[in-house]
Design a protein around this ligand. Structure first.
Ligand code: B1M
Length: 218
């Protein structure tokens, strides 16, 4: 039954039917399905198919935009539920987060933000297409423990290195730890650019952030 709704959710994104995505998300929540499972088992597989179809030329940009709209509307329903399930009183640390310059992909970054906030981090989300100087200025202003950099394009990954270099120039490294993520990013890339860690997904980002601020999950 639950598997069926995951399949339908994925299919609604593939079909470019945001109304169905929203209705199915509401139904899954009403049926007691965990919000993270809805994302992992339903929405993300659907987005991956959309991405693959775009990659091989079967889908065009409007198809990506419609699917992203469905995913974002679903996320707006899921975010409060994720927060409700993970409330911590004590602050775990302060993070400045954003998608690097030239890159406007925001869904994964926003999911990372939601999960970190729900785990007690104070997250300053700078949004998308963020220049290195803005990361540095915000990190200085809020005395950040962490800077989180998302990149979804191979062409914008070098933007993560530029932020690390800007933090270096400003003298904020190594006091501020840098974590990187996004579909084309890897452990090897994180090491190459001198980041402190790589998070494969939003849950891994929380584990990593806690380790980097010296508060690993027990
Ligand atoms: Co774009 N896009 N897109 N796109 N898009 C990809 C990324 C692509 C892989 C599709 C493909 O060709 N198969 C491809 C990149 C190829 C490459 O460089 N390797 C691509 C392309 C080419 C483009 C354009 C260039 C297309 C064009 O214009 N010709 C263009 C670029 C625009 C720009 O940024 N300058 C473009 C535009 C768009 C839309 C605007 C239409 C839309 C984004 C809408 C939005 O965000 N508001 C879009 C979408 C939706 C996608 C796909 C289909 C889905 C991305 C997504 O939201 N996934 C994507 C294909 C794919 O990924 N399968 C694709 C769901 C999300 C929850 O996952 O973002 O991976 P993700 O985040 C994960 C992890 O990566 C990780 O945790 C998240 C949650 O688990 N994570 C972190 C992310 N950030 C992290 C940070 C961390 C830690 C973990 O620490 C700080």
């Amino acid at each position: 039954m639950t598997q069926e709704i995951f399949t339908q959710l994925a299919q609604s994104l593939i079909d470019g039917d945001p109304d169905a995505t929203v209705d199915l998300t509401k139904k899954a929540l009403a049926d007691g399905v965990e919000p993270m499972a809805i994302i992992r088992e339903g929405l993300m597989p659907g987005m991956n198919v959309v991405g693959d179809k775009f990659g091989c030329g079967e889908y065009y940009l409007p198809d990506l935009i419609i699917a992203a709209d469905g995913m974002q509307q679903a996320m707006a329903l899921l975010e409060p539920e994720l927060r409700l399930r993970n409330q911590e009183v004590e602050s775990a640390g302060t993070m400045v987060l954003g998608t690097v310059k030239g890159d406007i992909h925001e869904i994964g970054k926003t999911l990372v933000m939601t999960m970190l906030s729900a785990s007690g981090f104070q997250v300053h989300d700078l949004g998308v297409d963020v220049a290195p100087e803005r990361f540095v200025a915000k990190a200085r202003e809020v005395h950040a423990d962490l800077v989180g950099l998302s990149a979804l394009l191979t062409t914008t990954m070098p933007g993560q290195r530029l932020v690390i270099e800007a933090l270096d120039r400003d003298g904020l490294r190594p006091r501020v730890k840098v974590m990187v993520g996004g579909a084309p990013v890897s452990h090897a890339w994180a090491e190459t650019i001198g980041a402190d860690g790589y998070g494969e997904d939003a849950a891994a980002a929380v584990t990593l952030a806690r380790r980097l601020v010296g508060r690993p999950v027990a």
